[in-house]
Write a protein that binds this ligand. Structure first.
Ligand SMILES: NC(=O)c1ccc[n+]([C@@H]2O[C@H](COP(=O)([O-])OP(=O)(O)OC[C@H]3O[C@@H](n4cnc5c(N)ncnc54)[C@H](O)[C@@H]3O)[C@@H](O)[C@H]2O)c1
Length: 366
């Protein structure tokens, strides 16, 4: 696939997402084309991205550059990290026309974007996502955030980047488990809005996960395109954007019960969550049996040990329900679930009594 460009065009901002190989080596041209004419750049980069790649940026960007290495973890996704970034920019007299570049996964992207949004009420921000999850999901749509003692992503803002560069080159350094994490969000996007893409994934999963061209490029491009269509219509998650939370109400309770540890990472929790949402949709007579089986069989193919019973048992029910009760999408005491009507079509604002969810969770362990 040739390198591609997607324009995100929402009410109050426009920016390009570049998808392809070796884009990093063309960064000087992209900056010029997209009119990023900053004099100073601060590059926050992931400690696990080989420095030889980071160094390409040093060679290609002729302006003043400061590098700041970041050790990605949910623990470091906090106010202290934001303050460090702000202080570097303050100390070096950055102004709003200067530019912060995040080179990393969703954690670096979220922390850096949040810092960019509050620095002198907003300076230029470029996201160069280096994980599959960040390329297909977190770098698009302008959600920024950090964790607090009270929970995950509870402090943040909506702040759109000026540019996103998704270079497939980064993915060859990514462990398979992290690739699957990103694939979970790609799979989610297909279920939400594109049956043809769903079958493309079913037929080409191995090629995609082994980064074979053009399958990996096509999967990233299509996934970004689906998210673009949704966030353009609903930037602030008032309605349609809620569909992107498919499986996430369950997933958040699963990963929170594991204390966001590596015992169950976000993508694995999302796959378990999609499994639960599919089962719930099937039991509610929304999703037919054939499509329900297609979804859950594909999840087994992605990772055969991803079964709810391998991670939780009946004794965890109350803990899981506690987290589900606190989900941001709920209204009063009712639980809001995103459900699947058919592959390619989901519905939001389906409210259920906690009692019904409790029964469903318990039954998952039978
Ligand atoms: N803003 C949004 O809309 C949005 C959407 C989804 C998820 N998120 C957030 O994204 C975060 C998860 O993102 P993630 O999965 O990218 O996690 P991450 O940023 O922690 O990256 C995962 C791991 O991969 C390493 N890594 C990054 N790039 C690498 C590379 N090219 N080669 C080798 N290792 C590399 C990191 O050091 C880390 O260990 C969560 O905090 C979640 O809340 C945000």
């Amino acid at each position: 696939m040739k390198n591609k460009k997607i324009l995100i065009n929402s009410k109050d901002s426009n920016y390009n997402i570049y998808v392809g190989s070796n884009l990093i080596a063309q960064i000087n041209k992209i900056l010029k084309k997209d009119k990023i004419n900053a004099k100073n750049f601060l590059i926050i980069y992931d400690s696990k991205v080989p420095f030889k790649i980071i160094n390409i940026l040093r060679k290609k960007i002729k302006e003043n550059i400061i590098f700041h290495k970041f050790y990605s973890s949910e623990k470091n996704k906090n106010q202290k990290s934001v303050n460090k970034i702000l202080n570097i920019m303050l100390k070096n007299n950055f102004n709003r026309n200067d530019c912060l570049i995040a080179v990393g996964g969703g954690i670096i992207g979220d922390v850096s974007a949040f810092a960019a949004s509050i620095f002198k009420r907003g300076l230029k921000f470029i996201n160069i996502p280096t994980t599959l999850l960040a390329q297909v999901d977190s770098s698009i749509g302008g959600k920024t955030g950090i964790n607090s003692d009270y929970g995950k992503n509870l402090i943040g803002s909506f702040y759109q980047p000026d540019l996103v560069i998704a270079d497939i080159k980064f993915l060859k350094y990514l462990p398979k488990r992290e690739l699957i994490c990103g694939y979970a969000e790609i799979f989610k996007h297909s279920i939400i809005s594109d049956k043809k893409f769903f079958y493309f994934l079913l037929n080409n999963f191995e090629k995609i996960i082994n980064l074979k061209k053009p399958y990996i490029d096509q999967a990233i491009y299509k996934s970004c395109f689906i998210k673009k269509k949704i966030v353009e219509k609903d930037v602030k998650e008032k309605n349609l954007r809620k569909t992107l939370n498919l499986g996430h109400t369950f997933a958040h309770s699963y990963e929170a019960t594991y204390k966001y540890s590596k015992g169950l990472n976000h993508g694995e929790a999302v796959l378990l969550g999609i499994n639960s949402a599919s089962e719930f949709s099937f039991k509610k007579n929304l999703l037919n049996y054939k499509e329900y089986k297609l979804i859950i069989n594909h999840i087994s193919k992605i990772n055969n040990s991803l079964k709810i019973n391998n991670y939780f048992n009946k004794k965890d029910t109350n803990k899981l329900l506690g987290y589900i009760k606190n989900d941001k999408k709920n209204i009063s005491k009712k639980i809001n679930l995103i459900l699947i009507n058919k592959i390619g079509q989901v519905s939001y604002n389906n409210f259920f009594e906690l009692k019904e969810i409790s029964k469903f969770i318990r039954n998952q362990f039978l």
